[in-house]
Design a protein around this ligand. Structure first.
Ligand code: UTP
Length: 299
């Protein structure tokens, strides 16, 4: 395919939420890790809001047994709204409504077992259909104004094809992430010519890591079909992307420079809560005083 094709609007976003969340056990025995709160919203809701801000109209969740609370969270709750309205709790009423996805606009599909991110995305195929779509990994909490996906969408509207958000990290950290290789001859265009999972720093083709936000053309599904399980028996999305690149599909990197927290790890989750707590007028002053008292004075 080529970028000269008409650029089709991205209306749908996929959120893979079928993982086991083992790093947060036992908290995630009964509660999906995607519903653990960062300040007053589940981490997943922050990603849904980011997608909504970018113009996404349909929200596809790849879910699993035991994660039914995710659908409840985004469902309307008339009795609760009525109770809040009667008590005049307008701010909370607004917050509850903001957490609701309009009827018919949330689609839940099941992944039978956690067979990897690539497999989770393939499970969304019928719901996505033959059109471009966004993929947001909810664990990766991203904060910027405008949001990461909105920035990617503006770029996509110019270049089309597949757009992958990338972030600069110190070379010593690249071994933890997927890293892109850029076409040196077209560095300005940020054209991706390859990607490697968790390279040794000395072998990394760049210091730009894939940060959890993607815009894909539907061709990715055929590449996922052809991708065999890799590391840990899982189907990796990076392997399917690499196939697409080799087949000549255009892949563009888009540089994200806002803040990111990996809320799939305990430390990232805690840091995100501190950062969001320091921004919230209700908690900022007391939290700052606490941090100062307990950390700065002891240092
Ligand atoms: P992670 O690998 O971080 O999630 O996947 P996990 O496997 O639940 O985490 P740990 O390592 O056991 O703690 C990133 C996102 O992809 C989803 C997860 O739910 C998470 O939102 N995912 C992952 C799936 O939907 N299916 C999978 O097979 C794997």
């Amino acid at each position: 395919m080529s970028t000269t094709k008409a650029i089709r609007r991205v209306r749908k976003a996929v959120f893979p939420v079928a993982g086991l969340g083992t790093r947060f056990l036992p908290a995630t025995k009964a509660i999906p890790k995607e519903l653990l709160p960062i300040l007053d919203r589940p981490v997943l809701q922050w990603a849904v809001e980011e997608a909504r801000e970018a113009g996404i109209e349909e929200f596809i969740f790849v879910t699993a047994r035991g994660k039914e609370a995710i659908a409840d969270h985004f469902d309307a709750f008339p009795a609760l709204e009525e109770a809040l309205a009667t008590k005049g709790k307008d701010r909370l009423l607004g917050a509850v409504r903001e957490a609701t996805i309009a009827p018919g606009k949330a689609i839940y599909v099941r992944q039978d077992a956690p067979r990897g991110l690539g497999h989770a995305v393939a499970c969304a195929r019928a719901a996505v259909g033959n059109e471009p779509f966004a993929l947001l990994l909810p664990d990766m909490l991203m904060h910027d104004e405008p949001g990461c996906m909105a920035g990617m969408m503006a770029h996509y509207e110019k270049v089309g094809g597949n757009v992958i958000a990338v972030e600069e990290v110190p070379r010593g950290d690249v071994h933890k992430y997927g890293v892109v290789a850029l076409d040196a001859a077209r560095a300005d265009a940020m054209r991706i010519i390859g990607m490697v999972e968790k390279p040794a720093p000395e072998n990394a083709p760049s210091t730009l890591i894939i940060s959890g936000r993607y815009i894909f053309q539907p061709e990715i599904f055929a590449h996922l079909d052809a991708t065999r399980p890799g590391a840990g028996g899982e189907i990796q999305i990076t392997d399917a992307m690499q196939r697409g690149i080799e087949a000549g599909d255009p892949y563009h990197a888009w540089r994200y420079s806002g803040q990111t927290w990996d809320c799939g790890s305990k430390l990232g989750f805690l840091l995100a809560n501190v950062a969001f707590g320091l921004r919230d007028p209700e908690t900022a002053d007391a939290l700052r005083a606490y941090v100062h008292r307990h950390l700065c004075e002891k240092a």
